[in-house]
Design a protein around this ligand. Structure first.
Ligand SMILES: NC(=O)C1=CN([C@@H]2O[C@H](COP(=O)(O)OP(=O)(O)OC[C@H]3O[C@@H](n4cnc5c(N)ncnc54)[C@H](O)[C@@H]3O)[C@@H](O)[C@H]2O)C=CC1
Ligand SMILES: O=C(CO)COP(=O)(O)O
Length: 317
């Protein structure tokens, strides 16, 4: 049995793909009404409409008491979910599937699990993949990072499905920071396109944004190869170039001066703020992330954000 905690688009898509292995997959949601709806309709109409839930997917409000658990809740909710259910989660194999940095602690998902749950064995599954693609059975490749190499290999085997190919690493810092920070750069890329600045500006933001990601992640001990891989470069490319990305679409709306649905999960907003505070404490220069944080907080217009970047002193690449 595999458990997925968080019945959003991504948790549901992972459950759908894992169910193709034939195992029972428990899909846990915190809202009992949502569980009842999914059981009645055999679909998650709220977050992943149009995708049938196979018979071996069990929507439930009870955390399964055995087997690995994938945590697919939004990053700013992760700590609360862990604290609320700490007794049920202690000593368990917990695989984060969220992307972001906690605003209150400036920790990523793996670090948060390790801090809150005593004896937990934390890992992260991350990389370029939209829930809709995974649920439709389209091919994807992800990174599984686990500090314990033996456990990581076990998880790589257990979570590989007919349409999810998994590469493994022990570099949890690199995997969690690449996945968190690409969302911030995607907001910048969307804003540039939305404002009509063109594809060249987007390429510049992606490249210089990647330099920021590397700078911060390596200061935290991440390995450059991880950042060059699926969880870093791969996910940066996907998220900055696809209309399926909510972070990118949020940026597009900012650039166009349009409203954006506040019920949509846009992880890059809180992460931009968290990373700006954190990088400031560490003395690391993160100009694009800082400009995105100011833009999201309404302190800058898109034009002012661009000006803040272009007016910086000239330097070596
Ligand atoms: N949607 C996608 O294509 C992908 C999403 N992710 C990551 O997965 C994480 C979750 O995103 P989505 O599933 O897309 O979000 P979503 O917006 O589709 O769903 C979020 C879910 O979290 C649940 N939730 C909110 N607060 C909760 C709480 N306190 N306790 C338990 N559940 C709670 C909501 O009920 C909702 O079902 C994010 O960190 C995102 O970056 C990663 C890869 C792809
Ligand atoms: O992480 C994702 C793709 O890998 C999903 O991106 P969004 O959260 O921007 O939709």
């Amino acid at each position: 049995m595999i458990g997925v905690m968080g019945a959003g688009a991504f948790g549901t898509a992972l459950a759908v793909s894992l169910a193709r292995l034939g195992e029972v997959v428990a899909l846990w949601a915190h809202d009992a009404d949502h569980v009842a709806e999914m059981n009645a309709a055999r679909e998650n109409a709220k977050r992943l409409p149009g995708v049938a839930l196979a018979d071996n997917i069990r929507p439930t409000a009870d955390i399964p008491d055995a087997g690995p658990l994938i945590l697919a809740v939004p990053m700013q909710r992760l700590r609360g979910v862990l604290e609320t259910h700490a007794d049920a989660l202690k000593g368990r194999l917990l695989i984060a599937a969220c992307k972001g940095i906690d605003l209150a602690t400036h920790l990523g998902p793996v670090e948060t699990i390790a801090q809150v749950i005593p004896g937990a064995q934390p890992a992260i599954l991350t990389g370029p993949s939209f829930a809709a693609d995974i649920a439709r059975g389209l091919p994807t490749a992800l990174t599984l990072a686990c500090g314990d190499a033996v456990l990581g290999e076990r998880l790589q085997q257990a979570l590989t499905t007919p349409n999810i190919r998994i590469y493994r690493t022990t570099d949890t810092h690199g995997a969690e920071l690449g996945g968190a920070l690409k969302n911030v750069i995607a907001i910048a890329a969307g804003a540039a396109i939305g404002k009509g600045m063109g594809d060249s500006a987007r390429a510049a933001l992606m490249t210089r944004g990647f330099a920021e990601i590397r700078r911060l992640a390596q200061a935290r001990g991440a390995q450059p190869e991880t950042l060059m891989g699926l969880s870093g470069f791969g996910d940066l490319v996907l998220t900055c170039t696809s209309d399926l990305s909510r972070n990118y679409r949020f940026g597009l709306a900012l650039g166009r001066g349009e409203a954006f649905d506040s019920d949509t999960t846009v992880e890059g907003v809180a992460t931009a703020r968290a990373v700006t505070e954190w990088a400031g404490e560490l003395g690391i220069d993160m100009p694009i992330c800082s400009a995105v944080a100011a833009l999201c907080a309404g302190k800058f217009s898109v034009a002012e954000a661009l000006q803040s970047l272009l007016s910086r002193p000239l330097k070596e690449e």
